[in-house]
Design a protein around this ligand. Structure first.
Ligand code: XUL
Length: 533
């Protein structure tokens, strides 16, 4: 490679597509390419990258499609003149929880790939389960209850694995296949996650699961960062041997295969750094490292995540994962189902022109705290906290239900209750922000940011880049490479010292913050009342 500047590559295997991002050492994009499964691979007949089954609960994707997409991704990079010969490290992000089931001998097939042929031609026969269960699958309630029963309840499962039993979590998906299609389980040598599967295609051998994505399986002891024997035993017999040993997210899991070097001209010295899940990669992409740095992603649903020193898992809500860029801390994540769609519904009720500008004017007729009025807008069943009842629930300052609010009160109420609820539940699993980075569609709206900032009482910065998972994957490639070069762990912050700081979008008004802090207990109480009907 001579003295040419190094390049770091991130591969993002999301539900809907596959993307590559190549960065230089200054973290500038030098090349990018993206494929969409529905559009670019119509032969797999996916919608949004998935197959929804007729039971309404089972959701899968064909793993062979991911193989075909990796072929095409490298072809495009090569034909587009991407500097593949300068890539010194590759890492990646995968949709979490999905599993890839491989027949005995797949490791040997991967090690002996013929560079004259695409991967697709050589890997068509390696899958013992040809439709991979993915995170959207909700078919495993029975297996979830069984796991909780066997381990001593939801809180006990959370205390070990970081989360109560969730339908989409891989262990419960494995349990279902073990129970209902035992012959397929027995015909499987290795169960990979989407992340570790793509890494395996790059190294030409079974790549380990990283502890961060491995935390989304209900199988790992999050403190020991190794499989929990009790969880394995409660899931399926002989499972440890099929999973391999998990490794920390910054670990170099191998070199790129001879296949990639010869077929696409990849640099033979390029390291593959453990792939991880998309949410852990977003944490890396937003450069959250210090406990107290919290990201709030304001999308269809709102996600709040950050790093925490001590795990404080809940048997009701939220997830604790291993931190992908800091083996000494944890990643905590909450998903709030009623996010942007709910805000937009309220906006359309309150302002005729459906604009956020008018919304802001209407909202400014009221003061922070809404004179004690609280409205909970649950158009969708809520995940955090779990509330199946839908509807709009409005209360006066004394907590008595009321039918309607004035437009200004309504406009304010939805934002205040959403963010006060996020704060209540973040605190209940040990997240206390010192800084917030807002991202996602609604993060550009000053009214939204104002309330978010005052509720949490900390400065809010805004990250404009939408695809934090792909950047996170490339940043993790750089981080893992620096650790490998140093022969020791290098702090993530130090590895990314060249990154431009985020701009502050709002500083908190501490008087408003005090009002919200006093209202917090009422939010928790009203949520409990609604959940109980
Ligand atoms: C996280 C989750 C999704 C997937 C796909 O628990 O299920 O965010 O990772 O993005």
């Amino acid at each position: 490679m001579g003295n040419l500047p190094p390049v770091f590559m991130g591969i993002d295997a999301s539900t809907q597509g596959l993307k590559a991002t190549l960065l230089d050492e200054g973290l500038n994009v030098v090349s990018e390419t993206a494929l969409n499964f529905d559009r670019d691979f119509p032969e797999y007949k996916t919608e949004g990258g998935v197959h929804r089954h007729t039971d309404g609960l089972t959701v899968t994707s064909p793993p062979l499609m991911w193989v075909a997409a990796l072929d095409r991704l490298f072809e495009r990079l090569k034909s587009g003149g991407a500097p593949l010969d300068r890539v010194v490290a590759i890492s990646g992000s995968g949709q979490q929880h999905g599993s890839v089931w491989l027949k005995p001998g797949t490791g040997d097939v991967l090690a002996a790939l013929d560079p004259a042929l695409p991967l697709l031609d050589q890997l068509a026969e390696v899958f013992s389960v040809d439709e991979s269960p993915i995170w959207m699958d909700a078919s495993t309630t029975k297996q979830c209850r069984k796991l909780e029963e066997r381990l001593g309840g939801a809180q006990a499962v959370a205390d070990i694995t970081g989360s109560r039993a969730y339908e989409r979590f891989t262990g419960n998906q494995i349990a279902r296949i073990y129970e209902e299609r035992r012959e397929l389980y027995d015909a499987t040598e290795r169960i990979a996650l989407v992340s570790s599967f793509i890494a395996s295609l790059l190294t030409g051998g079974y790549a380990p699961i990283d502890t961060s994505d491995g935390s989304g399986m209900n199988l790992m002891d999050i403190r020991k960062k190794d499989w929990s024997q009790a969880a394995l035993d409660a899931t399926a017999a002989g499972l440890a041997a099929k999973l391999g040993q998990p490794v920390a997210g910054h670990t170099a899991v191998g070199m790129v295969s001879d296949y990639l070097v010869r077929r696409y001209g990849l640099n033979a010295a390029a390291l593959v750094i453990a792939f991880s899940g998309d949410n852990p990669c977003s944490l890396a992409g937003l450069r959250l490292q210090k406990p107290g740095d919290i990201a709030v992603s304001l999308g269809t649903s709102d996600t709040l995540f950050g790093s925490a020193r001590e795990p404080q898992p809940s048997g009701v809500e939220g997830h604790v994962f291993a931190n992908p860029v800091d083996p000494g801390s944890y990643m905590v994540m909450l998903v709030h189902q009623n996010g942007s769609l709910t805000r937009e519904k309220v906006r359309d009720l309150v302002v005729d022109d459906r604009s956020w500008q008018t919304y802001r004017d209407v909202m400014s007729r009221t003061a922070p705290g809404n004179n004690g009025k609280i409205g909970l807008y649950l158009y969708e069943p809520e995940i955090t906290p779990p509330i199946l009842r839908t509807g709009v629930f409005r209360f006066d300052a004394q907590g008595a239900p009321v039918e309607a609010f004035a437009p200004g009160e309504e406009a304010r109420a939805v934002l205040e209750s959403q963010f006060m609820s996020l704060r209540v539940h973040a605190e209940s699993i040990g997240l206390r922000p010192a800084n917030i980075i807002a991202t996602g569609g609604a993060s550009v709206d000053p009214a939204v940011i104002r309330v978010l900032c005052d509720v949490f009482g900390v400065p809010v910065r805004v990250a404009e880049k939408a695809d934090s998972a792909s950047f996170g994957a490339a940043y993790r490639a750089l981080h893992g490479w620096k650790c490998a070069q140093a022969g020791a762990f290098v702090e993530y912050e130090q590895a990314l010292a060249g990154a431009a700081p985020y701009k502050i979008a709002a500083e908190p008004d501490m008087q408003a913050h005090q009002i919200y802090t006093e209202m917090l207990p009422r939010i928790g109480e009203l949520e409990r009342k609604i959940a109980e009907g």
